[in-house]
Design a protein. Structure first.
Length: 416
């Protein structure tokens, strides 16, 4: 495949996640009110999807190492479209939670496959640059998702907004069917054998580079998820922002992320991965601290949240390309399994944060009176991101392949 085709495919696959959250969020308050659901139930539509997303990758990853990336990705996209259609025609809130869970399972194939494809085709340094380009595409999709979600909810109701997820899934499926070529040159016929699978995961979990970049990716995503999960209630209910304006706000947030990915591509050849991550870690800490201190000081104004969050998102645009490429870089023969394990650990952290947010927002009166659950959560994750960027990534950020992994996995055979 040409480089442009690779970037397009990766952007669409990685875009499944922000489409399923950013486009959905403007519809969440209306959907919650329509069914008379509680705040914890509303958060469950996000956290259940993310938990399923994380767990499913543990299956999708080894399956892609065994059967190849293309069949796994096509199967996952078919499931994603079906789950999205199911959400549109749900008659109860419990059905929505169920379909969103299936949507998360399907989404796991796409995001896992994208990271694995990068490792299949590129060396670690080049992989970070390609991932940065792909995440710029993701940022464009995120920019469009929130305003579109707000507009569709305002004009046609929450079901119309959810229908857009099915349309995007179908379009992505069509692109994969016609343009995606198999990238895995040697399939491992033993990848799904229990003994081999446990051995593979053991080697992955013992590698310090995997942990350094997985923790960076996980803490950075958890900070973003904290904002996504709480922002619609805080800005729409606390600050009385209209849904279309909320969509435009989220557009600007995604634009800051795009700028971050461009900054990442500029910094990498000049500073290298570790120094680039260290610089971004300082920006993250500044952003989270400003947001937390201003909220505790009683400054309850949109600008006190939005302006620091722009800086957080710019740094997020640097952290994600480096971490998502770095966590799989030591495992050229097990990129699917490594991608899956990293994604699983990321989503476990986000799932725990989503549960805490649901109860915290309910405790302050269904989100009507306080921004503290949002700002305190962002401050906490900013500290975690900075500590990871300044310690683990600096010590273990240079990827070295794990040669013992090849022996543990057994012989690999060329893909037909």
């Amino acid at each position: 495949m040409r480089a442009g085709t690779v970037v397009l495919v990766l952007s669409l696959l990685l875009g499944l996640q922000p489409i399923a959250t950013d486009l959905y969020l403007p519809a969440l308050p209306s959907m919650t009110a329509a069914f008379g659901a509680s705040m914890p139930q509303a958060q469950l539509t996000l956290t259940a999807m993310l938990l399923a997303f994380g767990l499913s990758q543990l299956v999708w990853g080894p399956m892609s190492d065994r059967f190849g990336r293309r069949p796994v990705l096509l199967s996952g996209l078919v499931m994603y479209v079906l789950a999205s259609v199911g959400c549109v025609f749900s008659g109860t809130f419990e059905q929505i939670i169920g379909w969103r869970t299936l949507q998360g399972i399907a989404m796991g194939a796409g995001v896992m496959g994208a990271r694995a494809i990068v490792r299949d085709l590129y060396a670690p340094a080049e992989g970070a640059r390609i991932m940065s380009k792909s995440l710029t595409g993701l940022g464009v999709l995120a920019c469009l998702s929130s305003p579109l979600g707000g507009l569709l909810t305002e004009v046609g109701g929450w079901r119309t907004a959810l229908a857009a997820l099915a349309v995007f899934g179908a379009a992505t499926l069509a692109v994969l069917f016609w343009r995606l070529e198999e990238t895995l040159t040697h399939r491992n016929p033993d990848a799904l054998a229990p003994a081999t699978l446990l051995g593979t995961w053991g080697h992955i979990l013992r590698h310090p580079t995997f942990w350094a970049f997985t923790l960076l990716a996980g803490t950075s995503y958890s900070g973003l998820f904290t904002f996504l999960a709480a922002s619609s209630f805080v800005f729409i209910q606390v600050f009385d922002l209209s849904r279309p304006l909320y969509g435009l706000l989220m557009f600007s947030v995604a634009l800051a992320f795009i700028v971050g990915t461009l900054v990442c591509r500029w910094l990498l050849p000049r500073l290298g991965v570790r120094r680039t991550v260290r610089l971004a870690g300082g920006c993250t800490l500044l952003a989270g601290t400003l947001m937390g201190v201003l909220a505790l000081a009683g400054v309850q104004h949109m600008a006190a949240i939005v302006l620091p969050h722009y800086l957080f998102m710019l740094a997020h645009g640097v952290h994600q390309p480096c971490s998502q490429s770095g966590c799989v870089s030591p495992f050229p023969q097990a990129a699917g399994a490594a991608s899956a394990m990293s994604g699983f650990l990321m989503m476990i952290a986000a799932f725990g944060m989503g549960g805490w947010l649901g109860h915290s927002l309910a405790a302050v009166g269904e989100g009507q009176g306080s921004v503290l659950p949002l700002t305190n959560g962002m401050w906490f994750w900013s500290v975690c991101i900075c500590l990871t960027a300044w310690t683990l990534v600096q010590r273990h950020g240079e990827a070295h392949a794990a040669p013992e992994r090849v022996a543990a996995a057994g012989p690999a055979h060329p893909a037909p």
